[in-house]
Write a protein that binds this ligand. Sequence first.
Ligand SMILES: Cc1ncc(COP(=O)(O)O)c(C=O)c1O
Length: 378
Amino acid sequence: MTIKFLDLAAQDQEIEARLTPELASIREKTAYVGGASIAAFEKEFADYLGVRHVVGVSSGTDALRLTMLAMGIGPGDEVVTVPMTFIATVAAIVQTGARPAFVDIDPDTCNMSIPALLQFLDEARRSGRRIRAILPVHLYGLPAHMVELREIATKYGIKLIEDACQAHGAKINIEGRWVRAGALGDAACFSFYPGKNLGAWGDAGAIATNDDALARTVANLGDHGRISHYAHSAFGYNSRMDTVQAAVLRAKLERLDEWNEKRRRVAAHYRELLGRSGLRLPLEPEGFESSYHLFVVRTPKRDALRTAMLADQIQCGIHYPVPVHLQPACRDQGYRAGDFPVSESVADSVLSLPMHPHLRPQEVHRVATVVKGALAEL
Ligand SMILES: Cc1ncc(COP(=O)(O)O)c(C=O)c1O
């Protein structure tokens, strides 16, 4: 029997009764763009995150792009991010006209390295470069070092934008209080791609912020720069969230904490079974709660292990095999192999094990048995 990497059908079964009447109402009203479901989702997700505003958009990539555009970031500017991410983080920067400035990751958390960032910002300041924002990624669901990042952003007078596309429901403890990813920066960007912890039935995304003006500008830019039905203050984009997606997200949001708790149980089970396997298991530092979007192990024998798992019908993934600075799309940005050694070595050794809320204990057991058996023979 195949062990699935994720199981969207199981999620749909759980929300069916809750979702069906709302979909019927959208259909009855033929209200396919805008409408009550969008406003309700934006309010419910803002309350969930503990922020003043959520603006629904059409994807995580557009959430990032619109946020930076609304902050006035563009040609001549630079935005600091990490090369160990999905390409969209960087694509969004490039699409504003700004340059992506990479700093390496921390080898333990795989998130933006604070010493590397400080070194980069000091050098950049001396050479008069226009660094406008820091864009950390909460990779695999583990929040980046946001307390330090906040201090640094404030010190340098630049914006802090969370790429929270993998971190729905993740938290950091700040002075005894748990704060969710999404409420930690000047703005945060979420993807609701179907496989995310909170996933739509297609593409969708959102921006979360406490900044009233930023929320207004993002909403305006994402809706053709519209200020009233026939008046437009800017040449904007068509980046609205679909009404049907908002209905799906409302139903799934009610389950998010429960599903994340189940992911945490799967992660704990993996840790118990694989603790002495020789694999490097994901770190969850004290005061951090990962959303466990992915459970990513590291081994120099990654490729052989992956082949063995696939032969045993266990689906697994690699997030990501090529850091963004080495992607062909990045060839004009002036980076080369060796520039970010930690990201490069992490990319060579990561393997994502099956991880979803409906993974059964016996399936986790089988994954661990196959992994340990394969490692013993490699
Ligand atoms: C870290 C990260 N950033 C950005 C994105 C882009 O989101 P979307 O696919 O919704 O455009 C994703 C989603 O895949 C992601 O994982």
